[in-house]
Design a protein. Structure first.
Length: 190
């Protein structure tokens, strides 16, 4: 079941899950839609190095460490946004941290992160695979952003970049591995 804007606010208020910092608390205004809450772009972006080996073998280490070793960190400001050129991919984080705790005997929640149609119409894909934010995830959400448009697109920190669709989990989940919970870097490193 997808939560409405009013149910999202109730869930935050009763600490069923958290979105921190939440950009507002009026369900009829930004950052809310009728069944989602918009999240903002964080202030760091990673670009993959051009000289990455031709083959990636994940049996020899984690993807997070591989990406950290083979990417460059860019710090963004409003005065110094990032210019995302056509056909380029970057890794970024949301400004907000989310927390979907397991709550013994109580309802748990998870979410999906999706792009925004306004950006998609410009050819910007925000999160194009694995959109699930599992119950028991805590941290900033990594975004895989690619420009499929024909012009350069500016990525400015704290711009609304994606939407979070929160869902009620049926049944009580059991703790399971989540390699990216607690991540602080777009690569997945903690």
């Amino acid at each position: 079941m997808i939560l409405s804007n009013t149910e999202i606010i109730k869930g935050v208020q009763n600490k069923s899950f958290s979105i921190d910092p939440l950009a507002g608390n009026d369900p009829g205004k930004a950052p809310f839609n009728t069944s989602a809450v918009d999240l903002r772009l964080g202030d760091t972006i990673r670009t993959l190095n051009k000289d990455i080996p031709a083959q990636l073998d994940l049996t020899k280490g984690s993807i997070a460490q591989f990406l950290a070793n083979n990417s460059k960190l860019h710090n963004l400001t409003k005065e110094q946004p990032f210019s995302l050129e056509p056909n380029k991919l970057v890794l970024a984080n949301t400004y907000e941290k989310v927390n979907f705790p397991l709550r013994n005997g109580e309802t748990c929640y998870g979410a999906r992160v999706e792009g925004k149609s306004s950006l998609a119409r410009c050819g910007i894909l925000i999160h194009f695979t694995a959109p699930t934010i599992h119950a028991n995830f805590k941290g900033k959400i990594t975004l895989e952003i690619i420009n499929l448009g024909t012009i350069t697109f500016l990525l400015v920190p704290k711009m609304y970049i994606c939407q979070l669709i929160i869902e009620k989990i049926c049944g009580e989940p059991v703790t399971a591995p989540n390699q990216f919970t607690g991540q602080t870097d777009p690569t997945g490193l903690k």
